[in-house]
Design a binder for this molecule. Structure first.
Ligand SMILES: NC(=O)c1ccc[n+]([C@@H]2O[C@H](COP(=O)([O-])OP(=O)(O)OC[C@H]3O[C@@H](n4cnc5c(N)ncnc54)[C@H](O)[C@@H]3O)[C@@H](O)[C@H]2O)c1
Length: 389
């Protein structure tokens, strides 16, 4: 098959980015879209030149011309729609998380296996230039053996920039399942499988107020803990700290750091959103021969953190921009070429298991071990001019 027809379910905030990006790749063609309202689907189809609009998700899933379902709905309905799509014989690429619970994620992957279908899942930001540059530096041994990592995704919540934020404050979402997948997936793609972990959590507010969009000023109930602090032990011996929160006004914490026996990689928090939820951005490298802190012996005059240029060719798309959808494009190539997809359902299920068990660990105050495993995705080819100091 030379190209795949994609049907998109969910035509909200994030859908335009996908529609725009998928137009850049001939391997996929968006044939139709659906939400919960035919009029809105028709308007979205007209906006993006999409041939077909459907009254609801099931009508789209029933279209025999569609090969891959792209699920851009809310986390609470990801499982139900991913399962319906697989049952109808379609490959699935889902927005994160794969499902709202580990048990539902397992059902999705079991059905895909039975049917011989592919499941891919966001986030695909680990395919962006910055995290692929991290990957290359680690694989090349530049920071030595990785022994630890830190991941911090702290903010004061989505009600400041999202027109419909209440869904992330419900029982089946919260900061770990909403923003956490970017950080957990980044760690998994760099370090491999998590063996065990534990967490603690609390919530600062029982109600929150919308500060953006048409519902500004309205309040809604919070049904989930909004600050969760976890620890993870990886199979390769590394340990990581992960904090996700909607309760923090501001912070000087970095977004992601990887600590090795020979150096540190840092995704610094330059911009409030400058984390592994973006495709490009600054990547700093500190080794024995360069230094960051004053009063330390300077071995290479003029050196500080090295700022690594992080770019690579994925067709013609620059990874400094929002490239959401390249994981789906990679999955389409993977189906055609009969190779594993990089943003795989197996990695997403492991990420979901880790997040689900962190949340339960915080509730039960117990440690957990994991049961799922995945193949670390192949690195992308990279054009890598590492500039020395
Ligand atoms: N908004 C962002 O910045 C952003 C970024 C990255 C990922 N995401 C993820 O994308 C997904 C969607 O988020 P969003 O911000 O676009 O939400 P949104 O509320 O703006 O849009 C969700 C869409 O899903 C549709 N929908 C919900 N239930 C449905 C059902 N049963 N059948 C058919 N359609 C249904 C809604 O009608 C709406 O069109 C979530 O998983 C979110 O985590 C969002």
């Amino acid at each position: 098959m030379s190209s795949f027809n994609v049907g998109v379910i969910g035509i909200g905030d994030i859908s335009d980015v996908y529609f725009d990006n998928l137009k850049l790749f001939d391997i996929v063609r968006v044939l139709g879209c659906a939400g919960r309202d035919l009029g809105k689907a028709e308007a979205k189809a007209a906006q993006h030149g999409i041939p077909r609009a459907y009254r609801d998700a099931m009508a789209l899933i029933a279209d025999p011309d569609i090969d891959i379902i792209l699920n851009l709905t809310h986390p609470a309905v990801h499982a139900e729609l991913n399962l319906a799509a697989l049952a109808a014989g379609k490959h699935v690429y889902s927005e994160k998380p794969l499902a709202a619970s580990f048990a539902d994620g397992q059902r999705i992957m079991a059905l895909a296996k039975d049917k011989g279908l592919r499941v891919g899942c966001a986030p695909d930001t680990f395919l962006g230039g910055r995290l692929q540059a991290c990957r290359k530096l680690i694989d090349d041994g530049v920071i030595g053996q990785v022994t630890a990592a830190s991941a911090f995704a702290v903010s004061h919540g989505m009600e400041w920039f999202h027109p419909n934020p209440a869904f992330v404050y419900q029982q089946d979402c919260g900061p770990l399942l909403d923003i956490g997948p970017y950080y957990v997936t980044a760690l998994l793609s760099l370090l491999g499988t998590v063996e065990s972990g534990c967490a603690l959590s609390n919530r600062a507010f029982a109600q929150r107020t919308m500060h953006y969009g048409p519902q500004q000023g309205e309040t809604f109930e919070v049904g989930v803990d909004t600050h969760i602090s976890g620890n993870l032990a990886f199979s390769n011996g590394a340990v990581a700290t992960i904090v996700t929160s909607f309760d923090v006004w501001d912070s000087e914490l970095p977004r992601l750091e990887i600590y090795g026996t020979k150096g540190t990689l840092c995704l610094r928090d330059v911009d409030p959103c400058d984390g592994p939820n973006l495709f490009g951005g600054t990547l700093l490298l500190r080794t024995e021969s360069n230094y960051r802190w004053k009063n330390m012996p300077r071995q290479t005059p003029g050196s500080d953190w090295i700022e690594v240029e992080s770019r690579h060719p994925f067709n013609s798309v620059s990874h400094a921009r929002n490239s959401r959808g390249i994981g789906l494009v990679d999955m389409a190539y993977a189906i055609r070429d009969q190779r594993p997809e990089r943003a795989s359902g197996a990695m997403a299920l492991h990420a979901l298991e880790v997040m689900d068990k962190l949340i339960n660990s915080a509730r039960s105050r117990t440690f957990f071990t994991t049961e799922t495993r995945f193949e670390r995705p192949a690195a992308l080819p990279i054009d890598f001019p590492a500039s020395e100091g």
